[in-house]
Design a protein around this ligand. Structure first.
Ligand SMILES: CC(C)(COP(=O)(O)OP(=O)(O)OC[C@H]1O[C@@H](n2cnc3c(N)ncnc32)[C@H](O)[C@@H]1OP(=O)(O)O)[C@@H](O)C(=O)NCCC(=O)NCCS
Length: 328
């Protein structure tokens, strides 16, 4: 059961947070010295215009989460996200995060942010699964645990496309690998045949993060109401003799989020990014007859031609490939 947190839950909060921190060497909870607000946490969040929830099981607090508005950018922060070790893997953490994000979104949040200890590796995987990406540099807390924290963020509402830097791209690898696997399983023409293993999909995105770090590729990601739902790559690594050209590849949208203009938004942003990098011509190819080909035609791309039987689909049937270009 998820219910609002109360000041009288203090002893449970301290026990839960203490146990979670205790899983990591060097993390020490000094309530009165460093986090006295734990003694009246509901009041602490209420005073800041935020809210606090707990998950209760058999009368015991097994999870908690808070959220509060920040002063800038219509951003809300997710804080104090802790789930008892025995209650992990049950979907409880996701339910708590959904509760807090829904509250923030209803209150007008446009962006979610959170800070997480660099040691809390399991938490990073959790936030990344829910579309958060790393942003900016590490924060030093100067506390007795010598805490260093990563900042994670994502747009909270609407359709938003953003370019990821190398740290953001690396933190998006797992979510993008899941998306790529789903699209390939759904029959997409994305250079892989199903079944695509998690390791191969991760390998593809690791290589992409490295190319983003090297400045050879731009990685654009789309969120729909806080869910990371699509991406596209702009490849800038062209030949010396074609410095004005860029190619677009690996456009994909979550099969569950199609026909909501995400693909179109990604393509428009990719063209904008190409222009920003001084490119005047973009190229791509698509399986003939695919949704992608329809999208490119709707976005005024010009067909250069088609090669019969150039690729095979998920059923290993030969298909034609269409090559297209667009002057920017
Ligand atoms: C191609 C793909 C990215 C389109 O994403 P999407 O978010 O569903 O596309 P949008 O909603 O932005 O569609 C924009 C326009 O493209 C066209 N379009 C998109 N999907 C279409 C389909 N299934 N049939 C016909 N036209 C389609 C329409 O003109 C549409 O405009 P409309 O919805 O106003 O009619 C998505 O189908 C996908 O991920 N496919 C698998 C991956 C893939 O093949 N990638 C291409 C590699 S080259």
């Amino acid at each position: 059961m998820i219910r609002p947190g109360r000041d009288t839950d203090a002893a449970d909060f301290i026990a839960l947070i203490g146990a979670c921190w205790g899983e990591y060497p060097g993390c020490i909870l000094d309530v009165d010295g460093e986090v006295p607000e734990l003694r009246a946490l509901a009041t602490y969040f209420r005073d800041q215009g935020g809210a606090l929830w707990v998950a209760e099981q058999d009368g015991r607090v097994v999870g908690m989460i808070g959220t509060r508005p920040l002063k800038e950018d219509a951003a809300w922060e997710i804080c104090r996200m802790y789930v008892d070790a025995a209650a992990r893997g049950s979907g409880l953490a996701a339910a708590l995060l959904d509760t807090a994000e829904a509250h923030a979104r209803a209150a007008g949040a446009e962006r979610m942010i959170l800070w997480t200890d660099t040691r809390f590796i399991r938490a990073h995987g959790f936030y990344e699964k829910f579309g958060y990406v790393r942003q900016g540099s590490i924060r030093i807390l100067d506390d007795i645990s010598n805490s260093l924290e990563f900042r994670y963020t994502k747009p909270a509402a609407g359709l938003v496309v953003e370019a990821l830097d190398a740290a953001g791209a690396a933190s998006a690898e797992r979510r993008l690998a899941a998306l790529l696997t789903d699209c390939v399983a759904d029959g997409a023409s994305l250079t892989f045949l199903p079944p695509l293993s998690r390791d191969r999909a991760l390998g593809f995105w690791k290589a992409t993060s490295a190319a983003v770090a090297a400045g050879h590729r731009v990685l654009l990601v789309a969120w729909l109401d806080g869910r990371l739902a699509g991406s596209v790559i702009l490849d800038l690594a062209t030949e010396e003799t074609t410095p004005q050209v860029a190619s677009i590849r690996t456009l994909m949208v979550d099969p569950a989020a199609r026909r909501r203009s995400i693909g179109r938004a990604l393509m428009r942003r990719a063209e904008q990014a190409a222009r920003a990098h001084g490119r005047r011509l973009v190229t791509l190819d698509a399986r003939a007859g695919s949704a992608a080909e329809s999208l490119y035609r709707a976005e005024a791309w010009t067909e250069l031609g088609r090669i019969p039987d150039f690729e095979v689909d998920a059923q290993r049937r030969s298909c034609d490939t269409v090559f297209l270009w667009k002057a920017l």
